[in-house]
Design a protein around this ligand. Sequence first.
Ligand code: ASP
Length: 402
Amino acid sequence: MSKLLKKLKHALKQKKKISKSESVGVEERVVDISEEVLDDGYLDVQEDKTVVIFAVGGTIATRTNEEGYLVPAMSGEELCKEVPEILDFCNVEVVNFSCVQSTAVTPEMMLELSKQIQKTLQRPEVSGVVVTHGTDTLEETAYFLSISLSDEFQNQNSKPIVLTGSMRGGDAVGFDGLSNLLSSVKVACHDVEDNTPQVVVCFNDEIHAASRVQKTHTSKTSAFTSPGWGPVGYVDEDSVYFRAGALNQDTGFNFPTPDKLTANVEIVKAVTGDKGQYIDYLISQDIQGIVIEGFGRGNLPPEMMPAVERALNAGKEVVIATRVASGRVLDSDGSPGSVKDVIQAGAILGGESTSAKIRLLLMYLLSQPKALELRKEDPELFRAYLQECFDPVLSERLFSVK
Ligand code: ASP
């Protein structure tokens, strides 16, 4: 702990209890953990800040069962009790949102989580939120939270939303969930600065933008990276540093958050010799959008093109992603099946996001009632809107309506 912080702590030392808060959660339980954590039942808080921890599940909540497998078993309070140091930084409340492996987290759960977090952050005493989550789909939930913050919310809100988890189980030697939780709480106490993202993933003391972060290793505690970008900041002892000029907010969309996710979107991975049979199958299904992972810059095998055209003619939205780990999808190639061809046919380019994130964004956009109205009234303007949401750098070049 830094000398300055020690001095501050001393100066600010106050006898203060964690308060029970108003109810916000599904299956929620907000508890007073102070008495169990600290001998005298009082907190020594640095400032009058409250961080709300939404426990979703994942390895960070697991224990090994009798058969030797990891299963989510720990509540948010149980986890917090193992890291009493978090109370050096803030008051803590826990919302037990769910207790599942992240493979069971759905886009609908992400929307519900987003609503609850936005409501929570409106409380003046809450300085930020930490979400503990399984690592397998953590990047998708982080991304969904970033795209579903209403414009009004993100313009006025400097409160961070920090996602974290662990790679080792709760009873393993070197359980990384404790240090990840502590570092995430530190980030959640830190105001979002201009030019830094509001939704971040904090893992292994690195801070990553929700739009760029990916799980890039199946077992290492340094599993999260942002290919092609790097972290936007880091935690060093008690301090949080953001890199100057970090990525901007991910959102900025004009339409309000939808009440429900009504759209279905599927992902198709292009393979050599692909004739688009899977796309043809999807055309007959109740889906509104298809994300296609092309090769390199997003180019498709020539024989796949007719199926893409059929999908567009059938009213499905098509967004192009890439199978490559990082880099932007772009129309730089002129051969048959190239990105140039798919743009001409009416597809949208997905920018630098992974196909899983593009799918979530397309589901989200196609569930916005106002966007659907626009789609009916002015399809070209709607496409410009979509392109703007996926890759504003390209929308200006591709659409004169902007
Ligand atoms: N299976 C776990 C999950 O819920 C993996 C983890 O949390 O690391 O994603």
